[in-house]
Design a binder for this molecule. Structure first.
Ligand code: CTP
Ligand code: MG
Length: 250
C-alpha cells in the first residue's frame, strides 16, 4: 500500500480481544486460569496491561469465563489501567474459537485492526505487540509472532492408550518450523470472514485465515510471550516478573 492511501493510526484504531474464558485444566484444580494470581495480581490483569501498554491499542475486549463476567468487570475496576484505553467484558463460550467469536461480536465498527491475545500469555512485551500491529498496518491480512524451536519435532501415529509407545512417521526440518504465540494481528474484515467460514477445530486464529487461502506472515516473537499452561509455567512467570522488578530498580 502506498503511504498516501494507507490509513493513519488515528483512522485505523486497534482493538485487542483477550480470550480468558478457559478453565485451565492443565494447570490443575483451582480458579479459572486467567483469574489466578502471578505475584499477587491476576494473570488476566497482567495480560490486559501488556496489550494496553501499546499506544496503538484503544480498546481491550476481555472474554470472561461464562459465569465470571461480573467478577472480571470488578477486577478491571480494581486495578490501575491506562486512561486512554476503553475496556469491554463479554462472557465466553465452550471453546477458544467460540470465545474469540463472542469477543469479535462485541467490537464497535471503527476498529479496522484486531489483535487476539491469550490471557494465558500475561508477560508479552509491548515491542512484540507493536511489531504485530505494524505488520498488519503494512498490509498483511494476518500476522503471528513466532520463534524458532529448541527441540526437534517428530510427527507420530498417536497411541490410543495414554503412555503406549507411538511410531514416529516423520521428522520435519527444524529450521523451517516456528512456535507461534499471540497477540496475532488481523485486518478486521479478514478475521470476521474467517470466523464465519471456518467451522473445523483450530488452536489459533491465523490458521483460520490460512484456510481462506490467504497468506499469514510471521514476525519475531519473544520468549517472555510464552503461554502459562502447566504448573511449572507459573514458576517461570513469577521469575520473569522478579527479574523485571530487579531491572526496573536500576
Ligand atoms: N479460552 C477461552 N475460552 C475457552 C477456552 C480457552 O477464552 N473456552 C482461552 C483461555 O482462557 C486462554 C486461551 O484461550 O487465555 C488459550 O487457551 P489455553 O491455554 O488452552 O487455556 P485453557 O483452555 O484455560 O487451559 P486448558 O486447555 O489447560 O484447560
Ligand atoms: Mg485449552
Amino acid at each position: 500500500m502506498s503511504d498516501e492511501s494507507r490509513p493513519t493510526p488515528a483512522q485505523n484504531p486497534v482493538a485487542a480481544v483477550i480470550p480468558a474464558a478457559g478453565r485451565g485444566v492443565r494447570l490443575g484444580p483451582g480458579a479459572p486460569k486467567a483469574l489466578r494470581a502471578l505475584n499477587g495480581t491476576p494473570m488476566l490483569i497482567h495480560a490486559v496491561r501488556a496489550l494496553a501498554a501499546s499506544r496503538h491499542v484503544s480498546l481491550v475486549v476481555v472474554v470472561a469465563p461464562p459465569d465470571g463476567a461480573a467478577e472480571v468487570k470488578s477486577l478491571l475496576d480494581a486495578h490501575a489501567l491506562p486512561d486512554r484505553t476503553d475496556f469491554l467484558v463479554v462472557p465466553g463460550g465452550e471453546s477458544r474459537q467460540e470465545s474469540v467469536r463472542l469477543g469479535l461480536d462485541a467490537l464497535p465498527p471503527q476498529y479496522g485492526t484486531v489483535l487476539v491475545h491469550d490471557a494465558a500469555r500475561p508477560l508479552v512485551p509491548v515491542d512484540t505487540v507493536d511489531a504485530v500491529i505494524e505488520a498488519v498496518r503494512d498490509g498483511a491480512p494476518a500476522v503471528v509472532p513466532a520463534l524458532p524451536l529448541a527441540d526437534t519435532v517428530k510427527e507420530v501415529e498417536p497411541a490410543t492408550v495414554a503412555g503406549a509407545p507411538e511410531p514416529v512417521v516423520a521428522t520435519p526440518e527444524r529450521a523451517r518450523l516456528r512456535a507461534v504465540q499471540t497477540p496475532q494481528g488481523f485486518d478486521r474484515e479478514t478475521l470476521l470472514r474467517a470466523h464465519e467460514t471456518v467451522t473445523g477445530d483450530v488452536t489459533d486464529d491465523a490458521s483460520m485465515v490460512e484456510q481462506l487461502g490467504l497468506t499469514v506472515v510471521a514476525v519475531p516473537g519473544h520468549e517472555e510471550a510464552f503461554k502459562v499452561t502447566r504448573p511449572l509455567d507459573l514458576v517461570l512467570a513469577e521469575a520473569v516478573l522478579a527479574r523485571r522488578r530487579l531491572n526496573d530498580g536500576f
